[in-house]
Ligand binder design. Structure first.
Ligand SMILES: [Zn+2]
Length: 336
């Protein structure tokens, strides 16, 4: 598709589908997602702003899962982990509720920081405490990054925790040697006697999807600009493999990423002829089914929308800064 045409949709000369995609620049992708509800099973809201929360709510995202991960630089002590886990089940959940979005999380020791053995041992000690907290829907995100011996040691140890607490496992697969890392993650999970239905293999691509589905695991796809998966490729995957056990996520974090990846992908699927039922499965229902195995998700808590009261407080603190009024209309040009 020619760049000029994309910028000037009125002169576009493509197929009707390409024309529709180009037109969304002017009319907004939400024209195609009216009435749809979305569940993002992987998004790091701690790294995002209140504008992102507002945009997610406006786009129909009603619930999300925030996996514990690394923060871009290594933590130097156990207290940093404690405070981070506490914020995932506390302050961040509150912030999300202020925009009407139900917030869940998964708790785990991420693969990068598994390589600091002394600290990893301490983190393993406190994980059981957080895994039992309300709204914790899995052990995650855990798995391989550089595929080191220590990563394997703590991946195995956390699979055992998942078994002990009857929680689903959210598996991060590596960027490098993805195929091999994915196969190894699945083989180890099976070795520990974990039902593949309890395991969500994340960050799949065309190379890994068939094997993940064939073995009975859930296959999650991260729509991430420039690296993991574009959403045009995602459409093709759903066309080829169908919607069963497939889910889409944004994995939006502190890097260049798009928290609206799911509703945008749903719009593209609609334009490209995927049925609304199948769109609903891969952008909402499958993630819900997978993580509801934790016993911690009750759809009726959010399906009708959360009541929003931005005057509420969490431990005496609110999302409103001194004297601010709760926001009512984000689209207003006037910023008071
Ligand atoms: Zn992540």
């Amino acid at each position: 598709m020619c760049q000029n045409n994309q910028q000037n949709p009125s002169h576009f000369q493509g197929s009707p589908e390409e024309q529709q995609v180009a037109n969304t620049v002017e009319i907004g992708f939400q024209t195609y997602t009216q009435g749809m509800k979305f569940f993002d099973p992987h998004v790091h809201m701690t790294s995002r702003t209140t504008d992102d929360y507002q945009a997610l709510a406006d786009a129909g995202v009603v619930a999300l899962i925030e996996p514990a991960f690394w923060l871009g630089q290594p933590r130097t002590g156990l207290s940093s982990f404690k405070d981070y886990f506490a914020s995932l089940v506390g302050w961040e959940r509150f912030r999300s509720s202020q925009f009407g979005i139900k917030h869940y999380c998964t708790i785990g020791l991420n693969s990068r920081e598994a390589n600091n053995e002394a600290l990893a041992e301490e983190v393993m000690e406190i994980l059981p405490l957080y895994l039992q907290k309300e709204g914790v829907v899995g052990v995650g995100e855990i798995g391989f990054d550089d595929q080191t011996a220590l990563e394997e040691k703590y991946y195995r140890a956390q699979l055992e925790l998942a078994k002990q607490f009857h929680l689903p496992v959210q598996v991060h697969t590596p960027h490098r040697d993805k195929k091999q890392g994915t196969e190894r993650s699945m083989a180890i999970a099976l070795e520990h006697g974990i039902d593949p239905k309890m395991v969500i293999i994340d960050h799949n691509n065309e190379e890994t999807v068939k094997s993940v589905l064939d073995k009975g695991f859930y296959a999650a796809f991260t729509i991430y600009p420039f690296t993991k998966m574009g959403n045009e490729r995602m459409v093709e995957i759903v066309k080829q493999y169908g919607p069963e056990r497939i889910m889409v996520n944004s994995a939006a974090d502190w890097g260049i990423s798009d928290p609206l990846a799911i509703p945008k992908t749903a719009a593209l699927m609609k334009i490209k002829g995927i049925s609304e039922k199948d769109i609903q499965l891969v952008t909402y229902q499958n993630a819900l089914d997978a993580f509801a195995q934790s016993g911690q998700i009750n759809e009726s808590d959010f399906i009708g929308g959360l009541g929003i009261d931005q005057t509420q407080k969490f431990n005496g603190n609110t999302i409103l800064r001194g004297g601010q009024q709760p926001r009512v209309n984000k689209d207003s040009l006037i910023i008071q």
